[in-house]
Ligand binder design. Structure first.
Ligand SMILES: Nc1ncnc2c1ncn2[C@@H]1O[C@H](COP(=O)(O)OP(=O)(O)O)[C@@H](O)[C@H]1O
Ligand SMILES: [Mg+2]
Length: 229
């Protein structure tokens, strides 16, 4: 099965000084269980592509299928559900919620999912699952009580990976996840992503770094919004 299919995906940004084509008829597909990287110069459309696959943005034209669902045919509620349940995101700036502890950050997507009607229905299993995820990404239990500013960059990114896994999504999207980390810590995070891939997750990682890309099975290269292979 294909986890992701892109057919002739074009993204045009309308700007005051004219329009800008960030993606130009990108066609690509990824099988379930693949680990791929997207490389290319700054401004080549990598984040735009990842955001479209992650249903955070919509293409100007073309077809996007994620987890067998035709994204263009989904309404807002269905898109929210797809993002929340089927996709995990990891960002360069970690994007943890600063007022929540590491464990609470990991638990947060589970609370969003468990939400029924107006009230938040806190399920008993969430605390246990977030502690398991904390351990799975190689962090000590005591660090679970720390807030993001009490963690190193590498530790924060481990928490972000655990959070991305919270709802057990099939697809993980990581936009320059090692961009703010030193080379040793970058390798630790890539090993963690590789282990995650080996447990069956499909992963797309955007990177500038050939060493990061070397952990993946296949690399897409973007130049001026086009895939060149
Ligand atoms: N929201 C936006 N509005 C207008 N232009 C944008 C927007 N987002 C990205 N762009 C432009 O699209 C191009 C590709 O951006 P991006 O996908 O972020 O590139 P990359 O991640 O490869 O550095 C850049 O030239 C950028 O300025
Ligand atoms: Mg980018």
């Amino acid at each position: 099965m294909n986890e992701v299919e892109l057919e002739e995906v074009t993204k045009i940004y309308e700007l005051p000084r004219g329009s800008f084509k960030a993606l130009d008829r990108v066609t690509a597909s990824l099988e379930a269980g693949e680990f791929v990287s997207v490389m290319g110069p700054s401004g080549s459309g990598k984040s735009t592509l990842l955001n479209i696959v992650g249903c955070l943005d919509t293409p100007t034209s073309g077809r996007v299928v994620v987890g067998g669902e035709e994204v263009g045919g989904l309404g807002d509620e269905q898109l929210t559900r797809l993002r929340r349940d089927k996709i995990g995101f990891v960002f360069q700036q970690f994007n943890l919620i600063p007022t929540l502890t590491a464990l609470e950050n990991i638990e947060y997507p589970m609370l969003l999912k468990g939400k029924k009607g107006k009230g938040v229905n806190r399920q008993d299993g969430h605390g246990r699952r977030s502690r398991e995820l904390l351990r799975a990404v190689g962090l000590d239990e005591q660090l679970g009580e720390n807030r993001p500013n009490e963690l190193s960059g590498g530790e924060q990114q481990r928490v972000a990976v655990a959070r991305a896994l919270a709802n057990d999504p099939d697809l993980i999207l990581a936009d320059e996840p090692t961009g703010n980390l030193d080379s040793k810590t970058s390798q630790d995070i890539m090993k963690l992503l590789k282990a995650t891939n080996e447990r069956g997750k499909t992963i797309i990682v955007v990177t500038h770094d050939p060493q990061v890309a070397s952990y993946t099975g296949r690399t897409f290269r973007l130049v001026d919004g086009k895939v060149v292979e």
